[in-house]
Design a protein around this ligand. Structure first.
Ligand SMILES: Nc1ncnc2c1ncn2[C@@H]1O[C@H](COP(=O)(O)OP(=O)(O)OP(=O)(O)O)[C@@H](O)[C@H]1O
Ligand SMILES: [Mg+2]
Length: 303
């Protein structure tokens, strides 16, 4: 027999449950409905884009953000190599409706997920309208499971990479202190400025000797971009030259896991905190989500 105290407890429990459910609901509505799509690129190749992508993704995940990496460096499956994980499927399987997007996501370390683009871009432009719509509806699921989608691209000023740059909510532009890398970064900024002066480009100096050298480059590039291109660059920060990065690459384990206390990963964590703060500040307009990203991407690829 249930006594009065039991009944009271039961009522209180059910009230607590209702309260918890209401709170969860509230959180869901407060939580941004779409993810932010960030393209990582550079003017010159081999400057550290893939390492920045992977380690920044892990650092952001450690801060509690849900991160998905898309490897758009077609042909060379870079991310797979750094993770030492080879996913069974690619985005091409989604494009041709053989798999849904959740089935092609591979589990990376620290809760991050990644998907390889395969030869996805070439396939995307070949699709009929209804096929494309189906693909876009499918990939839109990523907005529900991620806060940030980071896209690693190949180097350069090719039309494909530029399409990923122009379609993104934000661009992370990586350069090293080498003059050739800096001039190529500037060339990329110039191409962006000619298309959209309001594009958010966040600059990262990688493999810097020291903070003074890095900040000098960040300042100079910002100054010339402002003066000659009327584009406001955003300096995200720097990562120092650190042999642990190369060691980690050889071990096929992200720096974040193999040498979490290294100088380079500490720098990456600083970048992740700055980026996460900016993510908090940005409005819905800066987080347009994967669905509208793909829409813009296809438009740029076709022009
Ligand atoms: N901070 C760093 N300190 C020392 N070495 C680094 C650093 N960052 C990157 N490297 C070295 O540079 C190499 C190239 O890095 P990564 O593959 O990330 O460049 P990438 O820009 O993605 O190249 P690609 O243009 O070919 O895609 C790494 O294998 C590593 O040896
Ligand atoms: Mg790369």
């Amino acid at each position: 027999m249930m006594d009065q105290a039991d009944r009271l407890r039961q009522i209180i429990d059910s009230l607590k449950l209702k309260q918890a459910a209401a709170q969860a609901n509230l959180l869901n509505t407060v939580r941004k409905k779409t993810s932010k799509v960030i393209t990582v690129t550079s003017g010159k190749g081999g400057v550290g884009k893939t390492n920045v992508t992977v380690n920044l993704a892990i650092a952001l995940s450690e801060l509690g953000l849900r991160v998905v990496i898309l490897d758009a460096d077609f042909g060379l499956a870079n991310i797979d190599v750094l993770f030492g994980i080879i996913p069974k499927y690619t985005l091409v399987d989604v494009i041709y409706n053989r798999k849904n997007i959740l089935e092609v996501l591979a589990d990376g370390p620290k809760n991050i997920k990644f998907v390889s683009g395969g030869s996805g871009v070439e396939e995307l432009v070949k699709l009929e309208r209804n096929q494309l719509e189906r693909f876009v509806d499918n990939i839109a699921l990523l907005d529900k499971i991620s806060d940030i989608i980071i896209i690693d691209t190949g180097a350069g000023l090719s039309d494909n990479v530029m399409s990923f740059v122009m379609a993104a909510d934000e661009v992370l532009l990586v350069t090293t202190p080498e003059p050739t890398s800096i001039t190529d970064a500037y060339a990329l900024i110039k191409m962006v400025a000619h298309r959209d002066k309001d594009k958010t480009i966040r600059l990262i100096v990688n493999k810097a000797e020291n903070a003074i050298e890095a900040n000098d480059i960040l300042n100079k590039l910002s100054m010339v971009a402002d003066k000659f291109l009327d584009l406001k660059l955003n300096s995200l920060g720097y990562i120092l030259q650190d042999d642990h990065v190369t060691k980690a690459v050889k071990m096929q384990q992200p720096l974040a896991l193999s040498f979490p206390k290294s100088q380079a990963y500490r720098n990456v964590r600083d970048l992740s905190r700055t980026l996460a703060n900016m993510h908090e500040d940005t409005t819905e307009k800066n987080n347009t989500g994967i669905k509208s990203f793909v829409g813009r991407l296809v438009k740029f690829l076709n022009t």
